[in-house]
Ligand binder design. Structure first.
Ligand SMILES: Cc1cc2nc3c(=O)[nH]c(=O)nc-3n(C[C@H](O)[C@H](O)[C@H](O)COP(=O)(O)OP(=O)(O)OC[C@H]3O[C@@H](n4cnc5c(N)ncnc54)[C@H](O)[C@@H]3O)c2cc1C
Length: 452
């Protein structure tokens, strides 16, 4: 029966269809996170938008749920949907820029590097993320924290339009005029409402950056973390800081404060110079950069490692966070580290009503990233990440984490806690309109509003 159905799908489409026994299936299935072991019933690589429509309608008729893959970087394993049809857009790469309107149109399989290269050619940039190999699709639809977060807001804030294939196979052109509620929902509601084929962004000029890393260790480490919080509290919109905490080779905790200053070195040094002169700082590598150099400050983390991330969007920075960072760094093993992405400025000033994204009031995304290779370390690494999340949970805005950094075993309660209650209700109504059968459920899932 399935064989006939598969023939039927092949007959309706021009793209590539892979079943588990096919050559190329295993490679196409490979997840970013080796802990994500879901095996799709089929992987479909559409050739065009009509292919996406045909595949969605076919899945509806066949009773198969649908998963979507763009850049494939879901650490929670959402793009490895077990037993479902995986629509793989990872070959849909390419972005065009209109410098006159300062907008970019990007295919949904673009990596950040595709969008960055296209916009940089015009001296422009989109707020997106900090690792250039991540996909723009998942990243934008669930937030997007970048070196521009404090001057431009989250990636989803810059999303001004999209094309979306619904669960019924309708193709919707989404913008402020034609589908304002759906545009609001796509700005943070993830892949719940259908398959996004194109994303349109508002761009901004970024002529110069000043960035790099400062590294700290030793007895004054705690003080250095607290000084970093003070710098953050007084920071202008141009400054974005992130703290990374790990265990040094000698077993002691260490941190780096990573810097992205939008502008020239004088302003950047005025903002962070006191940290570079702190007694715990043993290395300060800060320099003028262009936008692409800033975007490559972090080296991609390769596919195939075992990973478990867990954290919170937090409402205040205090001594308990410094203590949690130091304790967890002291206990970290393998490649694991704790991350604090600090958020202020325009990210907070954009009205809540602009986007469904629920982390707007957070002053930081605080997440433990457990990364290791040996399955024998699974239990200890997962326990380490959970312990860090527990330590910082009293600071949590609502008990939820950043959905783009979701844990593999994320609960429904943690998904709901990522949104303010009013937004959650609106998102459930939108889900009911667009996907009442919850065909798109491999995501931080928003269940359709129940019949009243
Ligand atoms: C190494 C690394 C670095 C990262 N750095 C950052 C960072 O700096 N800032 C940040 O904000 N986040 C960052 N992230 C998190 C990142 O935003 C998420 O992993 C995100 O899911 C990546 O998007 P993707 O398209 O690559 O994911 P995929 O795994 O392809 O997709 C994840 C899910 O998103 C949804 N989705 C994706 N594309 C579509 C689409 N076209 N239509 C509908 N739904 C879709 C689906 O539910 C899909 O299952 C990072 C992740 C990693 C692993």
């Amino acid at each position: 029966m399935l064989g006939e159905a598969v023939q039927d799908l092949r007959g309706r489409t021009r793209g590539e269809l892979l079943q588990p026994a096919d050559v190329g299936y295993e490679e196409a299935r490979e997840a970013y996170n080796a802990m994500a072991t879901g095996r799709p019933a089929m992987i479909f690589r559409p050739a065009n938008v009509p292919d996406v429509v045909a595949a969605v309608r076919w899945a509806q008729e066949s009773g198969l749920a649908i998963g979507v893959r763009g850049g494939g970087h879901s650490v929670a394993g959402h793009s490895s949907p077990d037993g479902a049809l995986l629509i793989d857009l990872s070959r849909w790469r390419g972005a065009t820029v209109d410098p006159a309107t300062r907008t970019a149109d990007a295919l949904a399989g673009c990596r950040l590097m595709d969008l960055d290269a296209a916009t940089y050619a015009h001296g422009l940039a989109a707020p997106s993320g900090t690792f250039i190999d991540t996909g723009i699709g998942g990243l934008t639809l669930s937030g997007g924290i970048s070196w521009l977060v404090s001057s431009e807001g989250f990636a989803c804030d810059a999303l001004i339009g999209a094309q979306l294939v619904t669960a019924d196979g309708d193709v919707l052109e989404v913008d402020e005029t034609r589908e304002p509620e759906l545009l609001w929902g796509l700005r943070g509601g993830g892949g719940n409402f259908g398959i996004v084929t194109h994303l349109r962004y508002a761009l901004t000029e970024v002529p110069a950056m000043f960035g790099g890393r400062m590294r700290f260790r030793g007895g004054a480490l705690r003080d250095a973390i607290l000084r970093t919080f003070e710098v953050e509290a007084a920071a202008p919109d141009e400054l974005v800081l992130a703290i990374v905490a790990w265990r040094d080779e000698d077993g002691s905790p260490a941190i780096s404060v990573n810097v992205g200053w939008r502008g020239h070195p004088e302003g950047g040094m005025a903002a962070v110079g006191a940290l570079a002169r702190h007694p715990a700082c043993y290395e300060a590598d800060l320099k003028p950069m262009n936008w692409l150099q800033q975007q490559t400050l972090y080296e991609p983390i390769p596919f195939g490692l075992r990973q478990y991330w867990k954290g919170h969007l937090i409402g205040r920075l205090d001594e308990s966070l410094a203590d949690a960072l130091i304790s967890s760094a002291s206990e970290a093993t393998n490649e694991s580290f704790a991350l604090v992405e600090l958020i202020h400025g325009k990210a907070h000033r954009i009205p809540e009503a602009h986007a469904a994204f629920g982390g707007r009031s957070a002053v930081a995304n605080v997440t433990a990233l457990a990364i290791w290779e040996d399955p024998a370390d699974d239990e200890a690494e997962i326990a380490w990440a959970r312990r860090f999340a527990d330590r910082v949970s009293p600071l949590s805005v609502r008990g939820g984490g950043y959905l783009n950094y979701a844990e593999l075993d994320q609960t429904a309660a943690r998904v709901a806690a990522a949104y303010p209650p009013d937004s959650w209700m609106r998102l459930q109504q939108l889900k009911r309109r667009l996907d009442p059968m919850n065909l798109f459920r491999f995501n931080p899932n928003i269940p359709p509003e129940a019949d009243s």
